[in-house]
Design a protein around this ligand. Structure first.
Ligand code: FPP
Length: 220
């Protein structure tokens, strides 16, 4: 969800206004996702490195998160959205932790969309924590301890970086980097990214399917 700050700057608004507008995009995208056959949607709301931002911005983001959880939980329940938060919780304020717990419990039965919010999240820390909790370390056990593999990663705002997001899970993710700033991102942008994804050939390291007739000609 990149570009909130630049969106605000372009309008001579404080950065937090960009984040506030970004919450509207979250609402639009969560609403549109099930209709686009998306069953898991992970949003990067706050990275562990975002603690380095000015205190007022950090506090504003945490407030927006708490507000979102408080106001959207009922809507999630109505729409079959299961909300889960990934990332560290020990550094979050007690009221934010409590709001997360309430939202997760209230939406636990949702089956239309699994909405994962990454908050105080670092993929490297998540991998380390998962590995430390495993009795036997293997590709499969780590797969099981982390989240589902990512099919499509969308980073708005034109930057082309992963920024410590779902590094293990993105092993074979298709990447899309739209230039649109997150507050301007809507259902049509999401649909367009999904169309782009569907047009790609995913080979997972294998070779493309060769038509049999062409293959026979090579053998002659
Ligand atoms: C990156 O844009 C965005 C963030 C660090 C925060 C994203 C948060 C929200 C959309 C609102 C809170 C989330 C929820 C789920 C309620 P940036 O600030 O780095 O933008 P820039 O690259 O233009 O400076």
């Amino acid at each position: 969800m990149d570009g909130n700050g630049r969106w605000a700057l372009a309008r001579r608004l404080p950065r937090i206004a960009g984040h506030r507008a970004g919450v509207e995009s979250v609402r639009r995208v969560v609403k549109a996702a099930p209709g686009l056959t998306i069953d898991v949607l992970t949003l990067f709301a706050f990275s562990s490195d975002n603690w380095r931002r000015p205190r007022a911005e950090v506090e504003g983001l945490m407030e927006l998160l708490g507000l979102y959880l408080a106001t959207e939980t009922e809507e999630c329940v109505r729409n079959g959205v299961r909300l889960q938060v990934i990332g560290r919780r020990d550094r979050l304020a007690a009221d934010v932790r409590a709001a997360i717990g309430r939202a997760e419990t209230a939406t636990a039965a949702g089956t239309r969309l699994r909405l994962r919010m990454a908050v105080d999240y670092s993929a490297r820390d998540a991998i380390l924590a998962a590995a430390r909790g495993l009795a036997e370390l293997s590709r499969e056990s780590l797969d099981g301890a982390l989240g589902p593999p990512v099919d499509l990663l969308i980073r708005t705002g034109g930057e082309r970086r992963l920024s410590d997001f779902l590094l293990w899970e993105c092993a074979y993710a298709e990447l899309v980097f739209p230039r649109v700033m997150w507050p301007d991102f809507g259902a049509e942008d999401l649909a367009s990214a999904v169309r782009d994804f569907r047009g790609r050939e995913r080979r997972f390291g294998a070779v493309p399917e060769v038509p049999v007739r062409l293959h026979e000609r090579w053998l002659r």
